[in-house]
Design a protein. Structure first.
Length: 349
């Protein structure tokens, strides 16, 4: 049973939903649950408010924190839908396990989201591109600077109304030659907070040069293409769709695996295999590189119009037919506009 403390007055009237900045506006309530004395305590939902942490809280010193990103959608009949939430639940616990964080109970996770969505239903707006971004996260809260796994944790869920992530529709990317996102045996497959902090500096340098994202390469020789910023990445070559396989460096994206299944259902040949930078450039030079696009919870499917490597810019053909088709099908399922033959969606009653 979740203890619920509702707000006295909603702040929703002060929000301009036509001019949302991704991840900067939050709903009225939040979910919180503490781990103490070797067990998760009874959770509660309360008004969204700041936290009080001890300066020695372990997360501030050793970065023991993981998170998830998921969305709730509202269809034309005002029904609320989640998209493959079971995958997010499994992945946050995989991430937690890798960082020596206790796994979170399934009943608390799903009931917490359900109750939050019911309380803050008005924040979920209809229309393609509109959704409620759901951010479950857990961090070490023990007051200690000992370099050991914490004995105490806080698990939270907060929600933010969002619209289209990239308003431009397409992006230009830089292929990394020096920096890497993750290394073998590390935590690249986990949604660990530190993975994203390490991207900020090289990404800021790329932004100064006019690029929106970086395509990360392997840490050994920078030969193989892995992810694009916060997205998994796909290449269409000779009518085949190619993406890097998941491993201990690459995040097992929920949107990624969904796009793969939809593509296969459309009769598109899909290859999950290592792909070299040299192969992409050769395919471009031969006229066989048809499309590049990224996938992720925030962007869904995002065409990449050009990439740069070693000072040379390569512009893709620009048709983006596959990316557009796959996105329409995926979004149609998410908003309950198309039949969900995969049984991915979950209705919130």
């Amino acid at each position: 049973m979740i203890k619920i403390q509702q707000i006295s007055k909603s702040k929703i009237e002060s929000v301009d939903f036509d001019n949302l900045v991704f991840g900067k506006t939050f709903t009225d309530h939040m979910f919180i649950c503490h781990y103490k004395e070797s067990k998760w305590q009874p959770p509660e939902i309360k008004p969204y408010e700041p936290l009080t942490l001890d300066p020695s809280a372990s997360v501030l010193h050793y970065g023991q924190a993981v998170f998830e990103g998921m969305k709730a959608f509202k269809d034309l009949q005002e029904k609320i839908w989640l998209f493959r939430p079971d995958e997010n639940y499994k992945r946050i616990n995989r991430s937690a396990h890798r960082l020596q964080i206790p796994e979170f109970p399934e009943k608390y996770f799903f009931e917490g989201i359900k109750q939050l969505l019911k309380l803050d239903e008005a924040w979920i707006k209809q229309g393609e591109g509109n959704s409620l971004y759901i951010r479950p996260f857990v961090f070490a809260s023990q007051s200690t600077v000992q370099a050991t796994a914490s004995d105490e944790y806080i698990f939270m869920i907060i929600c933010a109304p969002v619209s289209t992530y990239y308003s431009g529709g397409e992006i230009n990317v830089l292929i990394a030659e020096q920096y890497s996102r993750a290394a073998n045996g590390g935590v690249g497959f986990a949604k660990a907070a530190g993975n994203y902090a390490a991207q900020f500096y090289p990404t800021s340098e790329a932004l100064k040069k006019g690029f929106q994202q970086i395509i990360w390469t392997d840490a050994n020789k920078h030969e193989y293409l892995e992810e694009a910023g916060t997205m998994n990445i796909f290449f269409k070559i000779n009518d085949s769709l190619i993406t890097a396989p998941t491993n201990d460096r690459i995040l097992d994206g929920v949107t990624r695996k969904s796009i793969i299944e939809i593509a296969k259902g459309n009769g598109i040949h899909v290859e999950e295999r290592p792909i070299k930078v040299s192969e992409i450039i050769k395919a471009y030079e031969n006229g066989n590189l048809q499309e590049i696009f990224g996938t992720g919870t925030a962007v869904v499917v995002l065409p990449i119009s050009s990439f740069s490597y070693r000072g040379i810019s390569y512009k893709t053909l620009g048709t983006n037919n596959t990316a557009i088709t796959l996105k329409k099908q995926l979004v149609g399922i998410q908003y309950n506009q198309l039949k969900d033959s995969f049984n991915w969606t979950v209705k919130i009653d």
